[in-house]
Design a binder for this molecule. Structure first.
Ligand code: SF4
Length: 358
């Protein structure tokens, strides 16, 4: 039954006023605004950071002057860097209005260089998950499409990689991405544009707390990114306690939305399960979780994430033995489990710890 209390994510989040970001404009938008040169060439120069000079697009002075008169050409500014022992770097980025968001740069130690960016989609978050530092801030505003893409470009310029094909993007930072679906999907269309970064849609993962209305909309959009779901509990009672979204869309409704998504060949869902000591880490939880996955058992990756303790929550991290045991219970039931000790956790840059907006 739907909870009748006010639902903050049912209302649109506040938007930023002011001129559009230059990075939110497609070629057609540049033409419609009266681009004095080739709109196609201008789009390419804006969206391909490997062609930039001194950290900015190489536009020519007349196009630059024109663009600055119709759009905001500033990238989010990296104002803080906190390198972690595991090689990742947590970054604070300042937006044009002085608000701050956070992102994490995570190079992977493999033969071919690959870097994963964990990105924000909003300043703050309306979802109110009780284990999450960002959730304790409330929602301040949506990021615009150009700000979402601007995070990627700012990180590429400062920390690499140079090319889009070395990038993997996960929207697991600040905010509920599906509460900002219009801007998020515009940013994804821009990132996947062959004249821009040219990212493959399979390299972008959008993580939701279970906003079923947004899952249904995203399932019909192209390019359609991969979907991750932050699950974190196995009964409606427990999930509603830590994730208020469950009071509106419960576990059964959520499971239905995944069936309706229509996984294509080779696609998988990613599930994140933050292990909270004494709250969701029993054998009964493992059995319920495996049962809930049901016939998705062969089309998922299940990430167990021991809670990253922080001052805004009383939840604690389970012992290593309990984490191991919980994963064994799941594996015995055919689940594909990875235990992820979140990267960047020593600098509070892991899932549910990004809370720098102001
Ligand atoms: S876990 Fe995600 S959806 Fe929940 S409050 Fe934190 S940022 Fe928002």
């Amino acid at each position: 039954m739907t909870d009748t209390r006010a639902i903050p994510w049912d209302r649109p989040a506040p938007e930023q006023e002011g001129p559009p970001s230059a990075w939110s404009l497609f070629q057609e938008d540049l033409e419609a605004l009266g681009c004095p040169g080739s709109a196609q060439e201008t789009f390419k120069r804006l969206h391909r950071p490997w062609t930039w000079k001194d950290g900015a697009p190489d536009l020519g002075s007349s196009i630059r002057r024109w663009l600055e008169s119709v759009a905001d050409l500033r990238l989010p500014a990296i104002v803080e860097r906190q390198p972690s022992l595991d090689g990742s770097t947590k970054l604070a980025l300042e937006l044009a209005d002085g608000r701050r968001i956070e992102a994490v740069h995570m190079p992977r130690k493999v033969r071919n260089p690959r870097v994963t960016y964990c990105l924000s989609s909003q300043v703050g978050c309306a979802m109110g998950c009780t284990f999450c530092a960002t959730g304790s801030m409330g929602i301040l505003r949506n990021l615009q499409a150009g700000e979402i893409l601007g995070q990627v470009l700012a990180l590429m310029v400062e920390l690499g990689p140079d090319r889009g094909h070395e990038l993997t993007l996960v929207f697991m930072g600040m905010g509920e991405p599906l509460h900002n679906l219009d801007h998020l999907h515009r940013a994804i269309r821009l990132m996947c544009h062959p004249a821009g970064l040219g990212l493959g849609k399979g390299r972008i993962t959008v993580s939701t707390s279970g906003l079923v209305g947004g899952i249904e909309k995203l399932s019909k959009l192209e390019p359609r990114p991969l979907l991750a779901l932050s699950l974190n509990a196995t009964t409606d009672e427990a999930r509603s306690r830590t994730m208020p979204v469950n009071r509106v869309w419960n576990l059964a409704r959520l499971r239905q939305a995944l069936d309706d998504w229509g996984l294509k060949r080779g696609e998988k869902f990613c599930f994140e399960y933050v292990l909270l000591a004494g709250e969701n880490d029993t054998e009964a939880d493992a059995v319920r979780l495996a049962n809930w996955l049901g016939d998705l058992r062969h089309a998922h990756n299940l990430n167990l994430i021991p809670m990253n303790e922080h001052g805004a929550s009383d939840f604690r991290q389970p012992t290593d033995d309990r984490v191991q045991q919980f994963s064994d219970w799941l594996r015995a039931r055919g689940c594909f489990v990875t235990v992820r000790h979140s990267r960047g956790s020593d600098v509070q840059g892991a899932c549910g710890q990004l809370a720098k907006g102001k």
